[in-house]
Design a binder for this molecule. Structure first.
Ligand SMILES: [Zn+2]
Ligand SMILES: [Zn+2]
Length: 352
């Protein structure tokens, strides 16, 4: 065991503050990583404030962060995939049972024994796992990702959650050239959805309630932008979409979007509104449409996503901050006052 600097929250109403945590010594299959950048995900805020108490109650102190990029500083004796100095990533998962039906098909995110990067039981040290708001982390090599050398590392960090969360359903539902794809909401998730859908060759339409985001949506790769509050603009697209990615986590009318799907079209939710969303069955019946959800992606697919980003020069649009600004960043994230993800320069933790 060794001590590592970190930022943690001591309780649901506490601000994040400088702390010292325990990390395990590397086992034979572990990789020790010096963290260079960590993205800020909405899940970090929900967990820090125990807003998912019913599903995943927070154990304090909590060290959030699951969009991790860093440099390998130590490898266990049996590690084969990584060597000292490699630039690597860690996302939302750090372990699984490797044997269940989900793991057997590379869908570790659905493993009943899956271990999340923070606030999951830690089988090595007891207590819970600590995430990426820290100077280092120790992770089994099978949950460590290779980061393409050509990408800006601050912008790579959010790929580990926001990137794979949008890449996976777009791939699963066959988004490609000749398909018409909608992306609802332009935030941390939505802006990545637009970049991927465009890179896959689809015709991309962005739905937003903020006219101020129109120009930016086009810059990110949208072919068209629809003001979802304008009934005429919405009506012009009825029955025409192959796939719609809905990234909105606030309460909203999904029937308006189901209406825009064509035959066999699919709407996938990647946001998690607090209250159940009403769905009109008729909207699905006519046209054999479907409504789905999606949660991050498995390790193999996350590596595929990173490799794709390397080939196509794709990163998240980030605002780099110091760890000392994290509480202010949470407040700004709640106001959607960021384009489009905060990425913490973890070198700033050395000043604590
Ligand atoms: Zn996340
Ligand atoms: Zn499993």
């Amino acid at each position: 065991m060794y001590k590592a600097k970190a930022y943690s929250a001591a309780g649901a109403s506490s601000l994040l503050a400088s702390d010292t945590i325990n990390r395990r010594e590397s086992t034979a299959t572990d990789v020790q990583i010096e963290i260079l950048f960590c993205g800020i995900c909405h899940s970090d805020l929900h967990t820090a404030r125990n807003e998912w108490a019913d599903v995943m109650p927070t154990v304090y102190p909590v060290v959030p962060g699951h969009e991790i990029v860093g440099k390998v500083t130590e490898v266990g004796a049996a590690v084969t995939k990584y060597k000292l100095g490699d630039i690597v990533g860690v996302g939302c998962l750090v372990d699984s049972d490797h044997t269940c039906p989900s793991c057997q098909v590379d869908m570790e995110q659905f493993c009943p024994e899956g271990v999340f990067t923070y606030n999951s039981p830690d089988k090595h040290l007891g207590g819970v796992t600590f995430g990426g708001y820290s100077e280092s982390i120790v992770v089994d090599e099978s949950f460590v990702l290779n980061v393409p050398a050509n990408l800006d590392l601050a912008g790579v960090a959010p790929l580990l959650c926001a990137g794979i969360t949008t890449y996976s359903p777009l791939r699963h539902w066959g988004v490609a050239e000749g398909k018409k794809v909608g992306v609802v909401g332009i935030g941390g998730l939505g802006h990545m959805g637009v970049k991927f859908a465009r890179a896959f060759g689809a015709h991309v339409v962005v739905f937003t309630t903020s006219p101020s985001k129109i120009e930016d949506a086009l810059r990110l790769g949208a072919h068209e932008v629809v003001n979802s509050r304008n009934a005429d603009e919405m009506a012009a697209h009825v029955g025409s979409f192959d796939f719609i990615l809905d990234t909105v986590s606030a309460d909203h009318d999904i029937n308006a979007y189901i209406n825009l799907l064509g035959m066999d079209g699919n709407l996938t939710l990647v946001g998690a509104p607090e209250k159940p969303l009403p769905v009109s069955a008729f909207g699905l019946l006519f046209g054999r449409k479907s409504l789905s959800g999606s949660l991050i992606g498995g390790i193999a697919e996350t590596q595929e996503m990173l490799d794709f980003c390397g080939e196509h020069g794709i990163t998240a649009d980030v605002e780099v901050i110091r760890i000392q600004q994290v509480n202010e960043a949470y407040e700004r994230m709640l106001r959607s006052d960021v384009k489009y993800r905060f990425s913490i320069d973890m070198a700033s933790l050395k000043d604590e």
